[in-house]
Each structure stands twice: as C-alpha cells, then as structure tokens.
Design a protein around this ligand. Structure first.
Ligand code: MEV
Length: 314
C-alpha cells in the first residue's frame, strides 16, 4: 500500500496571465488531498471520497481518468496492463479554484511511486503532476502542480520556450488569515484558459496592455508581501480582480462574493483560479476579521474555507 499527499493552493496574483509567461504568486493552504494506492491484478479503480462542491467528482470523472493515464505514462507504467485501486480523500474540499485537481495528482503520483517502489524527486513528481494536469487544464502554466508539490508561498514564471520554469519560495513575516468562498459552480478550467487565449489573439492591443499591468502587479505584490504591507497586498488583489474581469473570466457570483467580502472589511478580495465559477479569496488578517467575512459569506448561502497563506512548508 502506498500513500501520498498534495497541497491545496490559492493564487494571490496572476491566474490566467501565468499561462502566457507573466509571473504569478500562489500559496499553499493548510488543507491537502490524500491518496492511498494498492496494486491489484488488473484495471484501475478510483474511489473518490473528497468532500466539496456537489457534483465536482462526477463532472471531473473523465478528466480524472485521462489524467491518471497521462500520469502513469509519465512514470513509465503502462495504463493498459497495470492494475491498482486508488483512493482519494483528505481535508481539501473539492472546490473549483483550490487546485484540487493538481493536489490530487500530486497525492496519487506520490502514492503510486511508494506502492510500485519507484523513486522520484519532488521535481520529478512536479513534472509528472504537470502531465496529469493537462487533462484538466489543456495548456496549464504549471503553477497549480508546483504549489501542490512544494507547498509554501511561491513565485512562479512559466518558461514559454520549454526550458525550466522559474520557481522561487517567498517568505513573509508570519502566516496571514484568508477565507476562500465557493460560488458552488463547478468550473471548466480548460475552457476558461482556451477562452482567454482566443480573446487575446483577437484583441492583441487591449490584451497586451492588460497583461503588462498584470506583470507589474505580480512584482508589486511580491514586494508588498515581503514588506508585510497587508493593506497594499489587499489593494493589489482588488486591482488583480479588475484585470480578471477585463479578460472576462470572472462571473456574477464571484463578483458578488468579492464585493461582500470587501464591504465586511476584507483588506482585498479577488477571484482565484480559473474563474467562471469556482472560488474567490479575501485577505482577512486576524481571526476576528476572518470570522466576520466568513460568516457573512456563509449567511449569504455559500461555503467557506478558513485558512492561511504563507504557512511554512512541512
Ligand atoms: C488555475 O488554477 C490557474 C490558471 O492560471 C491555469 C493555469 O495556470 O494553468 C487559470
């Protein structure tokens, strides 16, 4: 029996823009996907016991099977002959936008490696999970699987010419409370990423200008995080949300939750992840503010995860 885990994540700056080489910043959250894998005579059976958005596991079933096939090939195992039971669980809710797919890919890859006595470095696990992510995201940047593999607070820059991505661990003075609000809409990241790509092609000038602003935001965000200027971090997150609205990846429900969080005193709020549903993130330093914003969103009928950014990786 092999076991493995992968961190959930939230993107503080730069989702979608990272796919096109703009830097992004992600943080692991203190919830993870866990997997247990057991060899069997033949066939691959998946038992998915993760909690979260209704229908998440069902809607992602086909993508999940494709991702496992991709993963096995990347591990030099033949999906047609290899047999295993894969169990998925853990305390990371299956909300769209929390990197649940990447976290589960990392968890499964680690569990398979242990069960089949294969030795992979974290960098190799990250590459394997990236292959698996293609089933969910089409042309992913790699930021989700990187955060899921390494944890911590991460600066990420995709190398568009196929070379190594730039990955840097950032540190902040202390972990900061955030809340993640779930619209309950299961989003299709692949379609959202493709949509941005098409609109970017059709409106190169408009998108070029927005992408420049997103790049500046990532650098300003890094500085504000390192200086622990949380008011500034929040203001930049608000700005990032505006850019995401401009590239048409937010939606009504996300905008409503973002507004609600700001009205309740959050330092900043934005959608996080692929958009089109999924989750939003609000910066709510201190337990009291976190609770105030979280309960307002819950009272409006939405699920909330109370967690922190900047937790040191274990
Ligand atoms: C999804 O969590 C983040 C996106 O930027 C896609 C990616 O980076 O692969 C939307």
């Amino acid at each position: 029996m092999g076991k493995g885990s992968g961190f959930g994540k939230t993107i503080l700056f730069g989702e979608h823009f990272v796919v096109h080489g703009v830097p992004g910043i992600a943080s692991a959250v203190d919830s993870a996907a866990d997997s247990v894998v057991k060899k069997t005579a033949n066939g691959i059976k998946v038992t998915d016991e993760r909690t979260g958005a209704k229908g998440y596991a069902d809607k992602k079933k086909l993508q999940q099977l494709e991702s496992i096939e991709r993963m096995l090939k990347a591990m030099n195992l033949d999906p047609k002959t290899v047999g295993m039971d894969i169990w998925l669980g853990g305390n990371l809710p299956g909300f769209s936008g929390l990197g649940a797919s990447a976290a589960s890919s990392v968890a499964i890859a680690r569990a398979i490696a242990e069960e089949f006595e294969l030795t992979f470095s974290d960098e190799q696990i990250n590459d394997i999970a990236y292959e698996a992510e293609k089933a969910y995201a089409g042309n992913p940047s790699g930021i989700d699987n990187t955060a899921a593999t390494f944890g911590g607070l991460i600066w990420f820059e995709k190398n568009l010419t196929g070379g190594e991505n730039k990955i840097e661990q950032l540190s902040i003075r202390e972990p900061v409370e955030i809340i993640i609000g779930n619209t309950g809409i299961v989003a299709n990241t692949k379609a959202m990423v493709e949509g941005v790509g098409e609109r970017k092609k059709q409106n190169p000038e408009k998108y070029g200008a927005i992408f420049k602003q997103a790049e500046q935001l990532a650098y300003d965000g890094k500085k504000a995080l390192e200086e622990f200027d949380l008011r500034k971090v929040g203001a930049l997150m608000n700005e990032n949300h505006r850019l995401l609205q401009e590239i048409e990846v937010s939606c009504n429900e996300l905008d409503i939750l973002v507004d609600l969080a700001r009205k309740q005193g959050a330092f900043g709020a934005k959608m996080t992840g692929g958009g089109g549903g999924g989750c939003m993130l609000a910066l709510t330093p201190g337990k009291m503010l976190q609770e105030k914003v979280a309960s307002a969103i819950e009272n409006a009928g939405f699920e909330v995860l109370r967690t922190k950014i900047g937790i040191q990786k274990q």
